[in-house]
Each structure stands twice: as C-alpha cells, then as structure tokens.
Design a protein around this ligand. Structure first.
Ligand code: GAR
Length: 223
C-alpha cells in the first residue's frame, strides 16, 4: 500500500465512458484538504470517452491506447502500462474502465489498483451488472469498491452500499441511482488507499485509523 506520508499519492485514472466517477473524484480532491492524492494522468481505451474531456478541462494529461491498434491484448496492455507508468502513479483507479486487465498491466501496481462496480459483488460481475440485476428480479443491488486482481470483479472488497430496486426502474434509472452512491463511496475508498489506510489479509480488507496530522510546525511567512 501507499506509504503514509505528507506527499500526496499520485493517482492514475482509467475510463471508458462518461467519467462521472472521475469527476466525483476530482471534485472530492478539490474540496477535501488532506485527501492524500492527486490525479496525474487519465487513460482511456477509446478516444471518444467523455472522461478524457473532463480530464483535459481539469488540465490533467491524458493517454489513449485502443485495443484495435495493437496485434493482441498483451501488446495493448504493455502499451497502456507504459503510458500510464510514465506519470509515475502510486495507485491506479478504474473508473468505468470496461476492459479486463491481466498481470501484464496489474503487475505494475500490485495491490494498488482499485475498481468501482455497479452491483453488490459477488453478484452480477461483468459489463452488464445493472441490466442483469434487473433481469434477475433482485430487490436490492448497489455499489462495490474493491481492489483488483486478475479475475473479473473479484478482488478483496473495500466497501459496499445497497440501492433498492424500484418497481418502475429501467436500466438507466437504476444505474443513475447507483452512480449517485458510487460518487460518494468511490472517492472515499480511493482516499483510504492513497493514505495507506487499507490493510489486506487474504480477502478481508480492514480500514485503519486515519494517520496522525504531521507533527511538523506550520510554516510561517518569515523564513
Ligand atoms: C460506473 O457505474 C461503474 O461502476 C461501471 O461503469 C460506470 C461508469 O460510469 N463499471 C463497470 O461496470 C465495470 N465492470 P462513469 O463513466 O460515469 O464513471
């Protein structure tokens, strides 16, 4: 995990779509002194991801690697890892990144890749979690934030929050309510990772107390 230090952790964010979770993270960082992290690069697997526009508007460097521009997934993951690593991130945040990453990418940041998923895992893994929850007729679904391992939507769970399914829900309406929850839960969990407040024992994640504020005296303007 990221060391507890006064230096903010460097965060890379990967997106594929609208990037509302990226925006929620940027807003949280802007409004929470002591968040403990800063976004240093946003990457995408498609050049039309709205998340890239959000990043550029925030003055954050962006990188794009499209799978179809590479001979195979291995080459694509290597290229993505290379581009992301150039900005020396401490943690990697998957914020609606809709491609599966293997060890080729994940080995760059062991235990330091975090994902948000729109269901109560382990139910409804994969790319259509909201649709499948509706089709299954569940009355309760929600948001899960977890550390990423090599299996899809599988790594140790950091936090979950439930969202009720309403009789008149369609996929879009339900997903919007889940996103409202994600926009709070996901930045909170990214902050915990950045501040080194997560201890992982097998599948169990424990949230550690917040680090003590620095004992260093405040700077004065006389020196
Ligand atoms: C989010 O709901 C996220 O949980 C989901 O994609 C959405 C992205 O929204 N991710 C997955 O389904 C990954 N399996 P956003 O682009 O507006 O942040």
């Amino acid at each position: 995990m990221t060391a507890r230090s006064a230096t903010p952790a460097r965060i890379a964010v990967l997106v594929s779509g609208s990037g509302s979770n990226l925006q929620a993270l940027l807003d949280r960082i802007a409004h929470e002194p002591g968040f403990g992290g800063e976004v240093v690069v946003v990457g995408a697997d498609r050049d039309d991801a709205l998340g890239l526009t959000r990043a550029r508007e925030a003055g954050i460097p962006t990188v794009v690697q499209r799978l179809r521009d590479h001979p195979d997934r291995e080459a694509w993951e290597q290229a993505l890892r290379h581009d992301v690593a150039e900005q020396r991130p401490d943690v990697v945040v998957l914020a609606g990144f809709m491609k599966i990453l293997s060890a080729t990418f994940l080995d760059g940041w062991p235990g330091r890749v975090i994902n948000t998923h729109p269901s109560l895992l382990p139910a409804f893994r994969g790319a259509h979690a909201v649709r499948e929850a509706l089709e299954h007729g569940v009355k309760l679904t929600g948001s899960t934030v977890h550390l990423v391992d090599e299996l899809v939507d599988h790594g140790p769970i950091i936090a979950q929050r439930a969202v009720e399914v309403r009789p008149d829900d369609d996929e879009e309406r339900l997903h919007e309510r889940i996103k409202t929850v994600e926009h709070d839960l996901f930045p909170t969990c990214v902050g915990l990772l950045c501040r080194g407040q997560l201890r992982v024992d097998g599948r169990t994640v424990t949230v550690l107390p917040a680090p003590e504020p620095s004992a260093a005296p405040p700077l004065t303007d006389q020196e």
